[in-house]
Write a new protein. Sequence first.
Lengths: 168, 114
Amino acid sequence: MTGIDVLMAAFGALALASGLLAVTSRRVVHAALWLVVSLGAIAGLYLLLGAEVIALVQLLVYVGAVVVLVLFALMLTRAPTGPSGDLDSPRPVKVLAGVVGAATTVLLGAALLAADPGLVERRPARGEALPLGEVLFASWVLPFELVSVLLLAALVAAVAVSRGREAA
Amino acid sequence: MHLTVPALVAAGLAGIGLYGVLARRNAVMVLVGAELLLNAGVLLLVLTDLGGSDPLLSGQVGALFAITVAAAEIGLALAVVLLLFRATGSSDLRTPRSLGETARQDSASGGEVR
């Protein structure tokens, strides 16, 4: 167990614990903030793995934009700021959801452990901006452009959906 | 380094995200669970690249595209949640309601939405 492995275990435990708190918290704003902690811990994991660009994109896009959107949506839907009992489904549904979630984790974990490559060389040069940028704008430029069009379509659609029928 | 820990973290996040999507009633909280599920997938994509030797860095590029699509998806999903709230006054997913065009015309003219 090298230092990197210990740090990865620490960040991983933080990501899992805060993720669990995010989906079980009784206050909506606390849930959104626990999501911030979880996404930040995952960004730390990316950094430890050597994927620097992905770590920064995770912080900028997920923590910086997605969580802010979630908070705005909570504000605009007049979400309760105190503890609320109306956030969860009834108990039988929660138990079933817990069973399904646990089964998914066990299945996925077993499959991933069976495919474990063992000791892997840490190659931060693979995750740096230069090699990723070179390959993104040379080999992957067409999917990149398509994703840009997708983003534009999503933006226009979000505006169209929120304006409703008065603008038609 | 060993890739076991991040792989198990991804599996755990997938389970937690799935629980969040199934067990939560508030629409925005369901999306929080969906985001955790997507993060598990992106983490797995990054792991495949760092454990292998693909010259095209497919795993990391795929992760970038997946993050982008996730951002677009949650923008649109929250617009729909806002529409839901404005049409019916509640963001609770368990109350029976209809969002179709006829239902919205009914509620606009003061009729009952059932």
